[in-house]
Design a protein around this ligand. Structure first.
Ligand code: ZN
Length: 254
């Protein structure tokens, strides 16, 4: 563990060539330190690694050592039943490490409703929404087949900051999210819907992610996402990368 952390120390990339991965799961890599090192070499200066349950959140707490790796912790929908009681500990854990910059990934997932009751999912999500709102930290949202409910809950609780990881909504949802001041996180997959959304919304609410190793291979793959965003926005690759990095830094108070 110690050697993994060492690898990311003091390697902060100079301004001008910085890319950011707003959402990955470094705890799922066989060798997180290696993935971080490779990403830094490829110009990825900021990685936000997300927990999905208590076990992975504890790992995120160990991995989130700036200046390159930051973390969000939380109990996601998959773990809403099994880690039900752990939710109350999230606040103290968040305060224990300054590189933990938000609560996530949390939300609702209707695809797993058969295994994890939607009522339980909603309760666990709402509790964490309350914590995020009271601490004024961003929420990183996991939403599958549930975007209207998620938007409903976070607006009810007057959440100021939320990042919609792997944005699943329509163009209309994207516009709504933009109006509410939330961010849309673009994964490394191509679709007509995603392209239209990237074109439609302001560059300042767009961030890039890999969701690696689940979707993208590694945080280094975020360059392909930035490439796509740059192309659709008519920007240079460097401008798009820097702009996204600025957005992430501002939003997460990095
Ligand atoms: Zn994820």
């Amino acid at each position: 563990m110690e050697s993994e952390i060492q690898l990311s120390k003091g390697l902060l990339i100079e301004k001008g060539s910085m890319l950011s991965d707003a959402h990955c799961h470094l705890d799922l890599f066989e060798n997180p330190g290696h993935a971080v090192k490779k990403a830094i070499e490829d110009g990825v200066g900021i990685m936000v690694t997300a927990g999905t349950d208590m076990k992975s959140s504890m790992r995120v707490l160990e991995l989130a050592r700036g200046p390159n790796v930051y973390g969000v912790i939380g109990i996601g929908p998959d773990a809403a039943s099994s880690d039900y009681k752990a939710v109350d500990g999230i606040e103290a854990l968040l305060k224990s490490n300054k590189n933990i910059i938000g609560i996530g990934e949390v939300g609702l997932d209707r695809k797993i409703a058969e295994n994890v009751d939607m009522k339980v999912q909603t309760k666990v999500f709402e509790r964490q929404v309350e914590i995020a709102a009271s601490l004024d930290v961003p929420l990183v949202i996991h939403s599958r087949m549930a975007i209207d409910d998620v938007i409903g809950i976070i607006s009810e609780h007057a959440v100021k900051k939320a990042v919609f990881h792997f944005f699943e909504g329509s163009e209309e949802h994207a516009k709504k999210v933009e109006k509410m001041g939330y961010l849309i996180s673009i994964p490394p997959i191509e679709s007509g819907r995603m392209k239209r959304i990237i074109k439609d919304v302001d560059i300042d609410i767009i961030v890039s992610e890999t969701d690696s190793p689940v979707v993208g291979k590694s945080p280094a793959a975020v360059k392909y996402v930035v490439e796509k965003i740059a192309e659709l926005k008519g920007m240079t690759f460097n401008d798009a990368g820097e702009r996204i990095t600025e957005t992430i830094k501002d939003y997460f108070y990095i």
